[in-house]
Design a protein around this ligand. Structure first.
Ligand code: ADP
Ligand code: MG
Length: 233
């Protein structure tokens, strides 16, 4: 079953074709990885899917219903959450209060969802800290916890482990797979190819705003176009 779909989606910034004719469909209960060199359009595609940039052309579907004119806030209410490539936390709020902002996006957040998000992301020890007191890796976890506190059924993650060490990346990979096993559909942007192979059920590779390969992780990473464009081989 397809949860979210982009059909011939383009986002142009003046003459820059950041995304140019992308077709993408995310299947329920799977983690789809999105690979591509810097500037290939990954973040712009996430922005398009979450209605944070206007489309130049194309169609967006959530559960088969067009939503390319929907307001971003309505997506949170429909179970779509995201994290950003750069950490966006409110510096004067505690970790717990930042996470609570996610729950506040839902009309009726499930009881205990904030504590659950904090516990799952390993933030239990720092709930009263403020973002400025956290390591970069920990502040990235708060981003993920805030998204989980919206109780999403679809989670879009833009480089969630950038700046984390190997052990932290492994923990996030395990968390995402646990969430997948509980039914959470995910789109994951990451540069660490091994992590993508270990974490994702499907891979999509982009270059110059277009999809150049999609399929199983082993198919995509051995694709000659992907190796040339992305892996520098
Ligand atoms: P990625 O996430 O794959 O690194 P981006 O989606 O951030 O790629 O960027 C794709 C292209 O669009 C790049 O050439 C980038 O410079 C350009 N771009 C992204 N955002 C903007 C913007 N707000 N205005 C103009 N150009 C942009
Ligand atoms: Mg990006």
């Amino acid at each position: 079953m397809t949860v979210i779909e982009a059909r011939d989606v383009a986002v142009h910034y003046g003459g820059i074709k950041a995304v140019d004719g992308v077709d993408l469909a995310l299947e329920a209960g799977r983690i789809c990885g999105l690979l591509g060199p810097n500037g290939s359009g990954k973040s712009t595609l996430l922005a398009a899917l979450t209605r944070l940039v206007p489309l130049t052309r194309g169609t967006l579907l959530l559960d088969g219903v067009e939503y390319q004119n929907a307001a971003p806030a309505s997506l949170a209410r429909r179970g779509v959450a995201r994290t950003f490539q750069t950490v966006r936390l409110l510096p004067d709020l505690t970790v717990a209060e930042n996470v609570r902002l996610g729950a506040d996006l839902r009309r009726r957040p499930p009881a205990g969802i904030v504590d659950d998000a904090i516990e799952r992301t390993g933030l239990g020890e720092v709930v009263r800290a403020r973002p400025g007191e956290l390591s970069y890796g920990m502040s990235r976890r708060v981003e993920i916890a805030r998204a989980l506190a919206t109780s999403p059924r679809l989670l879009l993650l833009d480089e969630p482990t950038a700046g984390m060490n190997q052990a932290e990346r492994q923990e996030i990979s395990e968390l995402l797979r646990r969430l997948r096993d509980e039914g959470l559909t995910q789109l994951l942007v990451e540069h660490d190819v091994q992590m993508m192979i270990d974490t994702c059920d499907d891979l999509v590779a982009m270059n110059f705003g277009a999809v150049v390969a999609h399929g199983s992780p082993s198919e995509v990473v051995t694709n000659p176009d992907v190796q040339r464009a992305y892996l520098g081989k």
